[in-house]
Design a protein. Structure first.
Length: 154
């Protein structure tokens, strides 16, 4: 699976998947679950690189003390929340989805790419993941996006 980054604006970001074959309805559901789950974690602040206490502790995490404030006093750390996600669209072997990554940290993209890499090995072959930019043969709309309702998360 080839990963390509184009021009990226985290507040207006398209993520493109080029699959080996046209996805079946079941395969589309898998892709939608990956993106929806990733967005849900981001909406709840899961991709906050300022609070990686377990990662920074190393391999021995037995009896590790975990700071409730993320190692910061009070509310001094910034929120790292994704803001919006549009419906996933399909055209032939392509799938794409629009995101406003908000203030989530870049680790979010690493998590998504790692997930798609394993997904490509186990379920559906993904030839290419493109982060950002636009495909000339499938222009992105300039009009308002159709957002998936996430009101229950606010």
């Amino acid at each position: 699976m080839h990963v390509e980054f184009r021009e990226c604006n985290v507040f207006d970001l398209w993520i493109w998947l080029e699959l080996e074959t046209v996805p079946t309805p079941v395969e589309q559901q898998y892709i939608e679950e990956i993106f929806s789950s990733w967005f849900f974690l981001g909406k709840l602040g899961g991709f906050n690189a300022e609070n990686l206490q377990v990662q920074e502790a190393g391999v021995d995490i037995s009896y590790m003390p975990y700071s409730e404030d993320g190692g910061h006093s009070g509310d001094s750390r910034l929120m790292a929340l994704m803001h919006n996600m549009a419906d996933i669209e399909y055209q032939g072997v392509w799938a794409r989805c629009w995101f406003d990554l908000g203030t989530s940290d870049a680790i979010a993209l690493d998590v998504l790419i790692n997930t798609l890499t394993q997904f490509s090995k186990d379920y559906i072959v993904i030839r290419r993941v493109i982060v950002g930019g636009e495909n000339p043969d499938w222009p992105t709309p300039d009009h308002e996006r159709t957002f998936i309702p996430r009101a229950d998360l606010n």
